[in-house]
Write a protein that binds this ligand. Sequence first.
Ligand SMILES: Cc1cc2nc3c(=O)[nH]c(=O)nc-3n(C[C@H](O)[C@H](O)[C@H](O)COP(=O)(O)OP(=O)(O)OC[C@H]3O[C@@H](n4cnc5c(N)ncnc54)[C@H](O)[C@@H]3O)c2cc1C
Length: 308
Amino acid sequence: MKKKNQIKTEIEKLRSNNFTTKRATVNALEKILYKSFKILDHGFVRVIDYMGNDSSIVQAARVSYGKGTKKLNQDKNLINYLISHRHSTPFEMNEIKFHIKLPIFVARQWIRHRTANVNEYSARYSILDKEFYIPKNANLKPQSKYNNQGRSGELSNEEIKNYSKILKDNSKIGFENYSKLLNEDESGKIIDDSKKGLARELSRMTLPLNAYTQWYWKIDLHNLMHFLSLRFDPHAQYEIRVYAEVMMEILKKWVPLTYESFLSNRLNSITMSSHGIEYIKSLIKRRKRVPKNISKRELETINKLFNC
Ligand SMILES: Cc1cc2nc3c(=O)[nH]c(=O)nc-3n(C[C@H](O)[C@H](O)[C@H](O)COP(=O)(O)OP(=O)(O)OC[C@H]3O[C@@H](n4cnc5c(N)ncnc54)[C@H](O)[C@@H]3O)c2cc1C
């Protein structure tokens, strides 16, 4: 693995490149191209490349020869119309490529999004870094009593200290065994000249799920918004949501009109069942009646919305 200074120099070298192009570029995104946004203790997100801007979506929707755009307001209305009516294909014309470093247990959730193109760092070919995700104390919480898939409540300081130590020790032991099997230390030096060591593709079995991996991840704008609508959501696990938060900021820089429309038509909107509508009607008539079949989550959402 490359040292931090070497990585910095390579990024600076890339950023000093300038190309003239006839293709659409976005100033705000050019400014952050290749830069690394730190996430968790060792992770990051970087934009490596992109294709298209807000105007490209308008162009594709109109199947136009020329610029395709009219007035900014008209473009904004068209993008809003496309998003609100789920006319998704114009958004598939825009693409973005990220370089992401993430813990393996986060990568397992991430890879379920099948509509991206992925190339992962090969631990058959290369040796993984001694880097493990150890949650900050504030993020160590007990199993939620209400949501089987989440954490909530507080732990005592003693428990936090103890669990954090177990996570650290487990990571340390996992890496020590990895080194022993490889017969190489962290710097790549052979530990015992009389031994051959086990192949990398097998030695990695001792590494825990909080070890970091890396990949290049390319996705079109439509599917990126789908990913973000699931992973930026408060119900998503904290460790993947923090990546989605940074990617939302990147989306804002890349396609600001689409971002605004995505916020109002998707993230800040709600989809409702017929039971939900029935319940809202009863609230408006000030005769609150909770339908028998309404889900707990929907009831919670509506009550929050109506402050009741
Ligand atoms: C909060 C949360 C909890 C979750 N819990 C679990 C869990 O407990 N267990 C678990 O296994 N997963 C779980 N998942 C993963 C989830 O079920 C999805 O696999 C994941 O969110 C990817 O969504 P997707 O399939 O819509 O995305 P993508 O794979 O990006 O697909 C986008 C869309 O393309 C279409 N599509 C893509 N591939 C196919 C295909 N082969 N066939 C048909 N249509 C396709 C679908 O319409 C899909 O919605 C969870 C996800 C979230 C956000």
